[in-house]
Design a protein around this ligand. Structure first.
Ligand code: BJW
Length: 229
């Protein structure tokens, strides 16, 4: 890694799988016979908010019992030790990267532990099951609280910062993501176009595996510590 100074690391559900958090598209990744595309949309929330709240309440409760694994911990060590620029961009809404100690981190698809008001957009900490009636702490009774996550058709968070980092990266590493969801699935091409080396660490070849200079396939708790050390 001697010629490498700036690193961007994209993570997906596969990095948390060995902590016991289900991925979206692997076997068992469906929920109550709904595809994620059918519950993770603004239209689904309008159509059946109780269903969407149950989906997120169940996942939020499950996540709080889980702990970071060796992959999260290895990335946190790299973050602490790396002298150059480094950014972990996670698509995950769990908090396992920060619980492992990662600091240079962006949650591009939001965070389970926040709620957001549909009227004023203010974030507030999640404090319990989100009951589907108005009651935003910031704007009073005008807005409904929704999970502070990015659904299909919505703009992922902090995209300017992410593209800025990708455009400066010497190395782009993708860990535990299927490459099925954009814009994250397009980051590897953006990084390549700007001259970065690209590496995939995933259980199996992802949909975009073709775009990476190198790939290692296996469990994240094995591959990530081996790559970091
Ligand atoms: C392991 C492992 C182990 C397992 N070790 N590995 C047609 C073409 C292109 C784009 C579109 C299109 N039609 C619509 C779009 C846009 C749409 C999109 O991408 N749709 C696709 C279905 C095609 N995207 C959007 O709408 C996004 N917004 C947008 O595009 O805005 C406009 C824009 C334009 C330009 C720039 C910027 C913006 C928003 C997408 C929001 C996604 N939201 C979700 C839900 C978040 C909240 C929640 O958590 O509920 O995000 S959907 C879901 O998928 C979640 C994930 O973050 C995301 C990605 O999933 P991930 O992490 O890859 O998980 P899996 O399950 O798919 O894969 C796990 C992988 O791990 C597998 O490969 C396993 O092998 C591996 N694995 N165990 C290592 N132990």
């Amino acid at each position: 890694m001697s010629s490498i100074r700036n690193i961007v690391i994209l993570t997906g559900a596969g990095v948390s799988a060995e902590s016991g958090i289900n991925t979206f598209r692997d076997a068992g990744g469906l929920w109550e016979e709904h595809r994620v595309e059918d519950v993770a949309t603004p239209e689904a929330f309008v159509r059946d908010p109780d269903l969407v709240h149950r989906f997120y309440d169940a996942r939020r409760a499950a996540i709080q019992e889980k702990a970071p694994n060796a992959a999260h911990e290895a990335l946190a060590r790299l973050d602490a030790a790396w002298p150059g620029e480094l950014l972990i961009v996670t698509q995950n809404v769990d908090d396992l990267h920060e619980r492992a100690g990662a600091k240079r981190l962006i949650h591009m698809h939001g965070e389970h532990l926040n709620a957001r008001c549909t009227a004023c957009d203010q974030r507030s900490p999640w404090t319990g099951p989100l009951i589907n009636r108005p009651g935003c702490p910031a704007c009073g009774m005008a807005g409904y609280l929704r999970p502070d996550v990015v659904w299909f058709g919505e703009m992922p968070y902090r995209m300017d910062e992410i593209y800025h980092a990708i455009n400066r990266a010497d190395l782009f590493v993708s860990i535990g993501t299927s490459g099925a969801v954009y814009p994250a699935a397009g980051f590897v091409r953006e990084a390549r176009a700007n001259g970065a080396r690209t590496l995939e660490l995933n259980l199996e070849p992802s949909e975009g595996s073709y775009w990476f200079d190198a790939a290692r396939h296996g469990p994240a708790t094995v591959l990530v510590p081996a790559w970091v050390e």
